[in-house]
Design a protein around this ligand. Structure first.
Ligand SMILES: [Zn+2]
Length: 339
């Protein structure tokens, strides 16, 4: 299996993070990329560097004003007297149908959902290479590979068309799905991250050509709180093309696999031409977020079940945080996929 990754993805090194109001180290560390790379190599992947594909793959799923914001906001922010080193919002619009602010502070609040995605001078560069890794993996699958892995870091599934959030800036899974749509009439995205893929859901919510399915810890008491509930089913022409499968906290392998079977049934009925797997490894029992209790062996079984769909597939890295088993969990998933 080919794995796509560029070392520039390590440059983004966020510091700020608030957990229940208390400042903590940001969990989305560059070291994640090191461990995930080791896990992919241990699974027998060959590591390929993506090409610089410019703005096009990102502009296919994000608004121009948002991409301009991501690109320029840090330099603008640093011109504010006494501003923080990283861009962190402190005010948000309650409704998004009003005026678009001209100020850097106003735009940070408009385009950033929370304080978990601080932007530094290096963020944009890492975000681009992460998105290009996703696009390159999709291109490989369109060129005939049955499966490809994109080691996307920073991750993407909490990013909406014009909003960053939850460590995510550009939605790499959406980039891959939209890229696959060049050849595939119908694409399914299956998100197995601990957290609901709210950004991905938002991007495709009104579309019947991209089915979004997410299995995650029940947001009634878990991030992202305002999305991921079972009654969110899509809207307009997209009604019925979004499926959320929230799980009780600490659900282990058997419960996760049962939900996965329901998700796979929906995907089979949709009969897509290609699949994107939004692969979070933070459903692991030892992940610092502690929401679900999937085991290392469980990831192998999850992968085998998804691979059983027999679809051309792009596996896009989402969450999964620093713990001793992070590399092993990726290796388990990728080897489980290949049988
Ligand atoms: Zn997550």
């Amino acid at each position: 299996m080919k794995a796509y990754y560029a070392d520039e993805q390590k440059r983004h090194d966020p510091k700020a993070f608030l957990s229940s109001g208390a400042p903590q180290p940001n969990p989305e560390q560059p070291e994640r990329a090191v461990r995930l790379l080791a896990g992919a190599i241990a699974a027998g992947c060959t590591i390929e560097r993506p090409a610089d594909l410019g703005l096009a793959p990102m502009a296919a799923v994000h608004t121009p004003e948002y991409l301009e914001f991501l690109q320029n906001i840090h330099a603008r922010w640093r011109r504010i007297p006494d501003a923080s080193e990283e861009v962190i919002p402190n005010i948000h619009p309650l409704a998004r149908n009003g005026a678009y602010p001209a100020s850097a502070v106003g735009q940070a609040g408009y385009h950033m959902a929370d304080t978990a995605c601080p932007i530094s001078a290096e963020t944009w560069r890492s975000v681009c290479w992460s998105a290009w890794s996703a696009a390159a993996a999709a291109d490989a699958v369109m060129a005939g590979d049955r499966v490809a892995y994109a080691l996307c870091r920073p991750p993407g599934h909490h990013a909406f068309a014009d909003v960053a959030g939850g460590f995510c800036f550009v939605n790499n899974s959406a980039v891959a799905a939209q890229r696959l749509r060049r050849r595939a009439d119908r694409v399914a995205i299956l998100d197995v991250d601990l957290h609901h893929g709210n950004g991905t859901q938002g991007i495709f919510y009104a579309r019947p050509d991209v089915l979004t399915v997410s299995i995650h810890a029940d947001p009634v008491r878990f991030y992202p709180f305002f999305w991921g509930h079972a009654d969110e089913r899509g809207e307009g022409p997209g009604l019925g093309y979004n499926l959320n499968l929230p799980l009780p906290r600490k659900t282990a392998d058997e419960g996760f696999l049962a939900a996965l079977e329901a998700g796979l049934r929906r995907i089979r009925a949709f009969a897509p031409d290609a699949l994107v797997v939004a692969l979070g490894l933070d459903a692991f029992e030892g992940d610092p977020f502690g929401g679900l209790s999937v085991t290392t062996e469980g990831f192998s079984r999850i992968a085998a079940a998804i691979a059983g769909l027999g679809l051309p597939s792009v596996i896009v890295q989402e969450g999964g945080y620093l713990c001793d088993e992070l590399s092993d969990n990726l290796t388990a998933f990728l080897t489980g996929w290949s049988g």
